[in-house]
Ligand binder design. Sequence first.
Ligand SMILES: CC(C)(COP(=O)(O)OP(=O)(O)OC[C@H]1O[C@@H](n2cnc3c(N)ncnc32)[C@H](O)[C@@H]1OP(=O)(O)O)[C@@H](O)C(=O)NCCC(=O)NCCS
Length: 170
Amino acid sequence: MEIIIRSELPAERGASDEILRKAYGGDAEANLASALRAASEFNANLSLVAANGSEILGYALYTRVMVTGSSIMPAAALSVMAVREDRRKLGVAERLVRHGLERCRGLKIDLVFASAIPAYFARIGFRPAAPNIKPNWDLSPDQFSVFDLSGSHLAKLTGVVTYPASYHAR
Ligand SMILES: CC(C)(COP(=O)(O)OP(=O)(O)OC[C@H]1O[C@@H](n2cnc3c(N)ncnc32)[C@H](O)[C@@H]1OP(=O)(O)O)[C@@H](O)C(=O)NCCC(=O)NCCS
């Protein structure tokens, strides 16, 4: 099996959404992914699949967001991510995250936020975003973490992260 991380093709959206439905046990995250793919903030280079040939094993969608506060800074938020249950614990999600971080770097985005499983993201190098940075939707502060690709922004940044409306309209 040769797993590669690449941009999702439009024809693969159904397969990605099916992985999200199974992983989260419902439609909410697949519906969110559909809404975010249709949003103006969508960037197809930040919609990533883990694939073995034409078989989709995992999906991660990063959405462009903006931090507004002590300065205004473009950022990205990992909005949904799931790996097929029979392909977990092989490092697939970590590759989806690390590849996403590199794509963000290529887009001159230095801050990447995650809004779930902070213990998992801490292993990759994410740090708590609270108390200096919070999202503009109802999220427990301990769930909000951030990877600072610059290595220096976090020390001086305070503010609110504005997500697309579809994100908090769930
Ligand atoms: C979370 C998820 C994407 C990880 O996928 P994966 O490809 O198995 O992840 P990796 O192989 O990179 O890492 C596996 C490790 O993460 C750990 N992990 C998985 N879920 C975790 C969680 N919720 N909190 C902390 N650690 C977690 C695993 O126990 C495993 O640990 P080990 O290496 O010590 O055995 C996958 O379990 C999944 O799809 N879960 C359901 C959806 C979800 O929770 N998405 C995350 C929201 S952004």
